[in-house]
Write a protein that binds this ligand. Structure first.
Ligand SMILES: CC(C)(COP(=O)([O-])OP(=O)([O-])OC[C@H]1O[C@@H](n2cnc3c(N)ncnc32)[C@H](O)[C@@H]1OP(=O)([O-])[O-])[C@@H](O)C(=O)NCCC(=O)NCCSC(=O)C[C@@](C)(O)CC(=O)[O-]
Length: 308
């Protein structure tokens, strides 16, 4: 059977570069650069953009100006601009900023929960339930994340069953979708299949997304494994920006440009203009003075000696 026969015909990208990407940048990022990146992503056709995080600013200083970023972007009709909200204080800030959607983020390991949220998993879920109730009251959709689904930087192996029970709780409290994060990019396609096989016993595929970091170079094969199992919402970060401040050595998410190239090759619709996306990714890398981690952009610029 041809590979494409088993795949979805359309996929949706959740662009996390302005949040997951920039949160890990060591240097200062100007508000103008952030806003320019978010606008450029929307203009390239990205319809779901995680534009900031209303977390404790002493924990993640790069996200401290998220309210200013939301105020300064040019909102494109049809685009959802979302933000991370770890607690009710974060939700109130997101609401005031006009976020279209918020995201709560649990971990599949106690050790990571403590490092990332300063509390255990149960306490984090109690806080999230408050956020979801407030979001429901304001008609704001809530996305749930689970970090460390394929391994934890502090405690190692994570069982699919643990992820399933947290996913069930996030959905039961009112999340419309759960994004499965391989936060440290250690999983392989076989691990991804095992995890999804467990979750799909109980959760409709429409409620799952994958969020693959590329530390071990496995992200695209993990995404292909997920597509083969019907998952069609994929988180990615332009130019492969990022990492996780609480997972030392973890590199960025899979580059959005590389996911788009894969989807194009598989004949899966996505609605994003690859050239505009590459230009947006290169511009933020130039401004940050860092290497572009998109293999597609690297190949393209080696061939043409320029972007665009
Ligand atoms: C959960 C907390 C807030 C607990 O942080 P805490 O320090 O335990 O909070 P607290 O309740 O004890 O409050 C301490 C101070 O922080 C303030 N505060 C408290 N909350 C907020 C807020 N929302 N916004 C602004 N200020 C806040 C609060 O008002 C107080 O201020 P003070 O009285 O001292 O002046 C903290 O641990 C935190 O912000 N964690 C988030 C860390 C983070 O952003 N990590 C990266 C994102 S997760 C990730 O990258 C994984 C993901 C999603 O991408 C998926 C994947 O890759 O797998």
């Amino acid at each position: 059977m041809p590979l494409t026969a088993t795949l979805p015909t359309r996929a949706s990208i959740v662009e996390v570069g302005p949040r997951d990407g920039l949160q890990n940048e060591p240097g200062r990022i100007s508000l103008d650069d952030k806003v320019d990146l978010i606008n450029a992503l929307a203009n390239a056709g990205v319809q779901r953009i995680e534009a900031g995080a209303f977390v404790n600013p002493t924990w993640v200083p790069q996200m401290a100006d998220s309210g200013d970023a939301f105020a300064a972007i040019t909102r494109k009709p049809g685009v959802s601009y979302s933000a991370l909200t770890p607690n009710i204080k974060g939700f109130d800030r997101a609401l005031a900023a006009g976020a279209d959607e918020v995201a709560i983020f649990a971990a599949a390991s106690e050790a990571f929960s403590q490092k990332n949220l300063n509390c255990d998993i149960n306490t984090s879920l109690e806080r999230f339930a408050e956020v979801v109730a407030a979001a429901n009251a304001n008609n704001i959709p809530v996305r749930g994340y689970i970090s460390c689904v394929l391994g934890c930087p502090y405690s190692g192996k994570v069982e699919p069953q643990t992820c399933l029970s947290i996913a069930r709780e996030l959905l039961a409290m009112g999340c419309y979708e759960v994004s499965l994060g391989d936060t440290i990019g250690v999983g392989t396609a076989a691990d991804t299949q095992r995890l999804l096989a467990c979750l799909l016993n109980d959760i409709p595929v429409e409620q799952l997304a994958v969020h693959m970091h590329d530390t071990y170079g496995q992200a695209l094969s993990n995404i292909l494994a997920a597509l083969q199992m019907g998952v069609h919402v994929i988180d990615s970060s332009v130019a492969g920006l990022g990492g996780c401040p609480y997972a030392q050595g973890a590199t960025g998410n899979v580059a959005t440009e590389d996911v788009i190239y894969l989807l194009d090759g598989l004949g899966i619709d996505h609605g994003i203009n690859l050239h505009q996306l590459m230009a947006a990714g290169q511009r933020i890398c130039d401004r940050l003075g860092k290497r572009n981690n998109s293999k597609v952009t690297q190949a393209h610029s080696a061939r043409t000696q320029k972007i665009l």
